[in-house]
Write a protein that binds this ligand. Structure first.
Ligand code: FE2
Ligand code: FE2
Length: 285
């Protein structure tokens, strides 16, 4: 059993960017009730509606899986005394809870059900490959799922097949932008800690997370294999989407690595400058 780390010392709230994204997330909350669910369904083709229901399956799975993972990581971050991240994750959990509710309501709206898991094992495998108790490892994996959600929501906004789905997409895109921003802030910080210790540790931690991301990505093609006819029906090009997903996720992770390495360089340089200054002062006395 984990020991609760509470009331020992006041939480350290010194990480400015973590705190600012947490405040931003608090102010940006919204609810399924804010949407106009009475807008008439524009889609009438039975075939297209069934395709849409199948396409949204991995999205709903992703929302539910994210709700599980985020909720599970909140006590872990507390245990690591990463309080600023712990605070932010409480809003991330609310976001994923809202998304889960939104898609459930949307399935009701179109009177369809998602694909059952036995007919969609690849979706389940993909989500299971993301699970980790280590926040950085989880973030590197979940980057793929978050980027996939972002790309899918952008497609639905572009296609505008249903007024409610377009509204959902717009709202989720704003939430996803925060999740991706936090992913960067947290990983950059962790990378910088490793790079500060020494270059090799930074490199091997980065490689470990890149390997993890690639592992999660390798589960994506079989999802698209299952959904290819449905994606075609809706006018979505699977190959283009798959490529964009791979590029987007890896570019983002690499950006966090680079930013972390630069942050560490800056910190090392300012440590050295401070040491030199202290040395000069001691010499002058
Ligand atoms: Fe989500
Ligand atoms: Fe998300």
């Amino acid at each position: 059993m984990q020991i609760m780390k509470i009331y020992k010392v006041l939480p350290d709230l010194s990480k400015k960017r973590h705190m600012s994204i947490w405040h931003k997330a608090l102010r940006a909350q919204w609810s399924a009730d804010d949407l106009n669910w009475s807008a008439p369904l524009r889609l009438t083709s039975d075939k297209t509606l069934s395709s849409l229901a199948r396409i949204l399956t991995p999205i709903l799975m992703g929302e539910q899986a994210a709700l599980y993972s985020v909720s599970g990581l909140i006590p872990i971050l507390g245990h690591n005394s990463e309080v600023e991240s712990q605070l932010y994750l409480t809003t991330w959990a609310v976001d994923e809870a809202r998304h889960t509710e939104l898609f459930t309501l949307f399935y009701n709206r179109i009177a369809r059900e998602p694909l059952p898991i036995r007919r969609f094992p690849s979706g389940y495998m993909f989500q299971s490959s993301i699970v980790s108790q280590e926040p950085a490892e989880w973030l590197a994996g979940v980057l793929v799922s978050e980027c996939l959600a972002k790309l899918a929501m952008e497609e639905f906004k572009r296609l505008d097949v249903d007024p409610v789905l377009s509204e959902i997409s717009r709202g989720i895109l704003e939430d996803e932008a925060r999740h991706l921003a936090f992913n960067h802030i947290y990983l950059e910080d962790r990378f910088s800690q490793y790079f500060r210790k020494d270059l090799k540790e930074g490199e091997s931690f980065s490689d470990r997370l890149r390997t993890r991301l690639k592992g999660v990505l390798s589960n994506v093609p079989s999802i698209f294999d299952t959904l290819e006819p449905d994606l075609k029906e809706l006018g979505i090009d699977r190959h283009e989407m798959q490529q964009r997903l791979a590029d987007d996720a890896m570019t983002r992770l690499n950006r966090s690595v680079e930013a972390g390495a630069n942050m560490a360089k800056g910190a090392i340089a300012s440590d050295e400058a401070a040491r030199a200054e202290r040395g000069a002062l001691a010499g002058a006395m």
